[in-house]
Structures are given as structure tokens and as C-alpha cells.
Design a binder for this molecule. Structure first.
Ligand SMILES: *[C@@H]1O[C@H](CO)[C@@H](O)[C@H](O)[C@H]1NC(C)=O
Ligand SMILES: *[C@@H]1O[C@H](CO)[C@@H](O)[C@H](O)[C@H]1NC(C)=O
Length: 184
């Protein structure tokens, strides 16, 4: 009896597998990566990220106030300038667009999700997507590059952050981002 049930179960499995294979149609196929002329490259980008929350033209805006200590529960949307050097009036290379959210109840640490949209030279129009944990009072923080577009298609990598300047009064900050990006 149990043998019959087993055979029936296997048959049902086969039928459903076959049926779904037929239903799938031909929307997907495997490709030879050579057809996209894909060759892996490693790019190091060093940019300075300016978080300006004070003044009349802030680039970072709190859209949800914290609900507990250590900024927990806050959400800040950003459209921060990325420059080639520490001074905010150095060459603008792109914008950091996204948000950071207070994600720790025991220290000041943020979940960051943002795109770096580059605007200069051959990088114009290309992006990398950064996701990670930023414990802002640590000397060095590390986050992930989870993807990209344009020159940075198929990107993955990591980022090291170091705060270069922080104004305790206003909360404004300049942070150095060293991005190590593998891409094709
Ligand atoms: C940037 O601003 C500083 C003063 O705030 C000035 O001394 C410097 O010349 C400026 N640099 C550029 C490239 O505009
Ligand atoms: C970047 O690309 C945009 C859109 O294609 C173009 O309007 C802009 O002039 C370019 N900027 C530079 C610096 O090449």
C-alpha cells in the first residue's frame, strides 16, 4: 500500500514539474558571458560625503524623529554632495541619494541604504548601491556595495568610512568613503 502511495506521489511530482516547465515558456535562457564582452575590473573610488542637516539648504532631512535614545527609529532622507576632496567646494563628482535610519537601541548606529549617482567624466550616469550598518562613532565603518549600473553593472564590493569632520553643534559631517568595487 505504501509503495503505491509512493509511486503515486512521484508521478504527481513528475507531472507538476513537467507542467510548470511547459508553463514557463521561453522567457529565460542561459547566455555565454563572452557575448557581453564581460571582463571583471576592480575600481577604487575615494569620495567625500557631505551630510548637511543645518542651514537653509540642508541636503539631509529628518522625515521621522527618533523614538528612543541613540537616534533609534529616526529616518533621514539624503541627497548629499559627493566631492573629490574634503572641502565641500571641491569638485562635485555626484550625489548620495537614499536614507539612513537609527537601527540600534544601545549605540548610535544606522542602517544606510543609498545610491551614489556619479556625474563626472566616464562615470557620468553610472551608479553604485550601498547598503550597510554605520556605527557613526567608530573610527572605521564598513558597508557593502550590493549592486550598480552603467560602468558598475554587476557591481559588488565594500566601502570603508571615516569621519573627517563633525560639527557637534549643527550635526553636519563630512565622511570619507573608500569604495572598492568589482564590476564588469
Ligand atoms: C573653498 O572655500 C574656501 C573658503 O571657505 C576658499 O579658501 C577656497 O579657495 C575655496 N576653494 C575653491 C576651489 O573654490
Ligand atoms: C552627464 O550626462 C548628462 C545626461 O546625459 C548630461 O546632460 C550632462 O551634461 C553630463 N555631464 C557631464 C559632466 O558630462
Amino acid at each position: 500500500m505504501s509503495k503505491v502511495i509512493l509511486i503515486l506521489a512521484v508521478q504527481i511530482l513528475l507531472v507538476t514539474t513537467f507542467a510548470s516547465a511547459v508553463d514557463r515558456g521561453d522567457f529565460a535562457r542561459t547566455m555565454n558571458p563572452k557575448r557581453l564582452h564581460m571582463k571583471e575590473k576592480l575600481t577604487h573610488l575615494r569620495v567625500y560625503w557631505h551630510d548637511i542637516i543645518s542651514g537653509r539648504n540642508p541636503s539631509a532631512i529628518v522625515i521621522k524623529k527618533h523614538v528612543a535614545k541613540h537616534s533609534f527609529g529616526s529616518i533621514t532622507m539624503i541627497d548629499n554632495a559627493l566631492t573629490s576632496d574634503v572641502p565641500i567646494n571641491s569638485t562635485l563628482v555626484g550625489q548620495a541619494q537614499g536614507f539612513y535610519a537609527g537601527a540600534s537601541q544601545h549605540e548610535t548606529s544606522f542602517l544606510m541604504a543609498m545610491n551614489f549617482a556619479f556625474k563626472t567624466g566616464k562615470y557620468n550616469g553610472s551608479t553604485i548601491t550601498i547598503l550597510g550598518r554605520n556605527s557613526i562613532f567608530s573610527e572605521v565603518r564598513k558597508m557593502s556595495v550590493v549592486g550598480g549600473s552603467g560602468i558598475f553593472r554587476f557591481a559588488r564590493g565594500y566601502v570603508e568610512l571615516r569621519t573627517k569632520w563633525f560639527d557637534q553643534q549643527s550635526g553636519d559631517a563630512t565622511v570619507e568613503y573608500n569604495c572598492f568595487v568589482l564590476h564588469y
